[in-house]
Ligand binder design. Structure first.
Ligand code: COS
Length: 386
């Protein structure tokens, strides 16, 4: 249910203040320690940040997509690692359950996810199946009223913290494509499920990914999302359509932060006897970044509104993710350039954002996959398809 304007403004103010006062001062420390302090995680729980997108009847805030993206604009104003911790419970970790789960599955898990008592993770990617997600090899063999899972999932965000995995596995051994894939809810601690050591990444320190390995892990048939075999790939795609829009919004937030920092630096930094903001070549970089971030913000809001109105926005979400993630890459590059030598130095934090935002063009579908999704839908429409 949509919030009234005053309640939404209060929520956005509260999140904005939390980001400015509590998270921004910790950015360096989180990157150095590669960890978010536990008291900050507790504050995130108290603010309800783990349950933004989970319906109210299951203990979440039940935000509409248009509301959620505005919260993401605020959360984007600091290191993406903070958003990443709550990102899976609000996005790819919970939405399979929210969109396609049975009532019983929702009642069992969603309240814990909304409260942040349990972290969820989305286990789709494998060593041999990334962009070609439909070719995954993790198998789920039926054995009575259970399935036996075998295989390896790779680069799984929040895996080291997760209590619940949405696992995509092949239940039809004769299939090679998306049709034979089923989504399972698998609790961490299930015998045969192990999480590997945290990966060493280029950026987003404080957010953790790891392999998840299944060796004869027995999972009840009652844990198939929605209760039907063969629906898993479609569930994954629906989750990603939504996730791509959310990532677009985070990109806008980060871009706006970098533009603000770049402008402040350009107004302060003196060269040739005046602030560098007075130079037209610096102004051009600021103006280009501002223009692109504004276009991205408009795309996110419009696509979110269309989704709330019940339209299929798969193509628009891909357009949004493609534009926003490429946009924030250009904005981060210009931010380094405007900061000059300081932009290359760790203490100013700009180079950290430059590394952090690189991931946005890769996960939840690379830019090339978004292009493919967009072009395929254009061709299908031209031929009179769905
Ligand atoms: N919503 C609902 N259903 C969808 C869908 C969507 N957005 N996209 C595809 N489907 C359905 C199709 O309708 C099709 O169902 P039918 O067989 O009943 O017709 C099925 O899913 C398979 O679709 P398709 O044939 O298009 O699958 P492909 O194997 O060709 O793959 C891409 C499509 C490449 C778009 C997909 O694999 C993809 O998005 N890859 C990137 C994965 C990704 O984002 N990985 C990041 C990991 S998560 S951090």
């Amino acid at each position: 249910m949509a919030l009234d304007q005053e309640t939404l403004s209060q929520l956005l103010d509260t999140v904005g203040r939390f980001v400015r006062d509590r998270l921004v001062p910790l950015e360096h420390q989180v990157a150095e320690d590669d960890a978010i302090p536990p008291h900050i995680v507790a504050e995130m729980r108290d603010l309800g940040l783990f349950g933004l997108s989970i319906p109210e009847e299951y203990g979440g805030l039940g935000l509409t997509m248009a509301e959620e993206v505005q919260v993401a604009f605020e959360l984007g104003q600091t290191s993406p690692a903070f958003r990443s911790l709550i990102g899976t419970n609000n996005g790819i970790g919970s939405q399979g359950l929210v969109i396609d789960g049975t009532e019983e599955q929702k009642r069992h898990y969603l309240p814990k996810l909304a409260a942040g008592e349990m972290i969820s993770a989305f286990a789709l990617t494998e060593p041999e199946a990334g962009s070609d997600a439909g070719s995954l090899r993790t198998s789920a063999r039926r054995d009575g009223d259970h399935y036996v899972l075998n295989g390896t999932k790779r680069f799984i965000t929040n895996a080291p913290h997760a209590g619940l995995f949405t696992v995509f596995a092949r239940t039809d051994p004769a299939s090679r494509d998306a049709k034979g894939v089923t989504a399972f809810l698998v609790e961490a601690g299930t015998p045969g499920v192990t999480v590997g050591p945290a990966d060493r990444k280029m950026g987003q320190k404080g957010s953790h990914t790891a392999d998840v390995v299944f060796q004869d892990a027995r999972v009840s048939a009652a844990n198939i999302i929605g209760g039907r075999e063969g629906q898993g790939f479609r569930t994954a795609m629906k989750v990603l359509d939504r996730g791509r829009l959310h990532i677009g919004a985070v990109c806008v937030g980060v871009a706006e932060r970098l533009i603000r920092d770049s402008l402040a630096y350009a107004l302060d930094r003196q060269q040739f006897g005046q602030p560098i903001a007075e130079f037209q070549l610096v102004q051009a970089m600021l103006a280009d970044s501002r223009t692109e971030a504004y276009a991205a913000r408009c795309m996110v809001l419009e696509t979110a509104r269309q989704r709330d109105a019940g339209r299929d926005v798969g193509t628009e979400a891909a357009c949004t993710k493609l534009f926003c993630s490429e946009m924030v890459g250009r904005v981060a590059d210009r931010a380094v350039q405007i900061h000059g030598g300081a932009g290359y130095m760790a203490e100013y934090g700009v180079e950290r954002f430059y590394r952090d935002v690189r991931l946005f063009r890769i996960y939840e579908g690379t830019s090339q996959i978004q292009q493919l999704v967009i072009a395929r839908s254009m061709i299908r429409d031209a031929k009179g398809g769905r």
